[in-house]
Design a protein around this ligand. Structure first.
Ligand code: SF4
Length: 201
């Protein structure tokens, strides 16, 4: 399965599920609180997104990527790192005027995060109640992610998982193709392993 096939398959899964259950998400264009969060994706998925980036998006990633990697190096073992980052309200560098600038090519993790609740509860300070984000769509996204992880392992012999801005930055600036090279680069940056760091599996 390619990432493009996984994106289409998840969109179809979600549309079928929402129609079957009569669930109407309250997510709307221009509502982007979830784009303040840390998003993880695999190298295979990031590589599929890469050719669709505009010059301006690449420029923002070249600026934001090193900053994210430095934050990750400091916080990757701290339990509250993702929630502190979320509260810092640092938008995804692919967010443009309140809309996803790569909507058709956005990661599975972004597609699977839906709510039918009050959108104001998605805000970083709101402390969304349990169940605010729909659990079944998220599990559907997770299953598609796992299929892509297996595909990446089949193709390359190993899998790289990491934070979106940091991973895209590394691909833009040159991430080695071989496993020892990837591990050495991530180790040198201080972002390999730990609770929230990059994973090489
Ligand atoms: S890729 Fe798009 S949907 Fe995902 S966090 Fe970035 S702007 Fe938001």
């Amino acid at each position: 399965m390619t990432p493009e096939e996984a994106w289409r398959a998840l969109d179809q899964d979600l549309a079928d599920y929402l129609a079957r259950k009569g669930v109407a998400p309250s997510c709307r264009a221009g509502c982007f609180a979830c784009c303040y969060g840390l998003v993880s994706l695999s190298r295979l998925e990031a590589k599929a997104l890469l050719p669709h980036l505009t010059k301006a998006q690449k420029a923002r990633l070249l600026e934001e990527g090193p900053r994210r990697l430095a934050l990750l190096a400091q916080g990757k073992d701290q339990e509250d790192f993702p929630s502190r980052f979320f509260r810092s309200r640092t938008p995804c560098p692919l967010l443009e005027g309140g809309l996803c600038g790569v909507y058709a090519h956005r990661p599975l993790a972004c597609r699977g995060l839906l709510t039918q609740g009050d959108p104001s509860l998605c805000a970083p300070e709101a402390k969304a109640p349990k169940g605010h984000f729909l659990p079944v769509p998220w599990r559907m996204a997770r299953l598609r992610m796992e299929a892509l992880w297996e595909e990446e392992q089949r193709r390359f012999g190993f899998l790289v998982l990491g934070e979106l801005a940091g991973l895209l930055y590394l691909l833009l600036t040159g991430l080695p193709e071989d496993r020892p090279g990837v591990e050495a680069k991530l180790q040198a940056l201080g972002v390999l392993g730990g609770r929230w760091g990059f994973q090489v599996v």
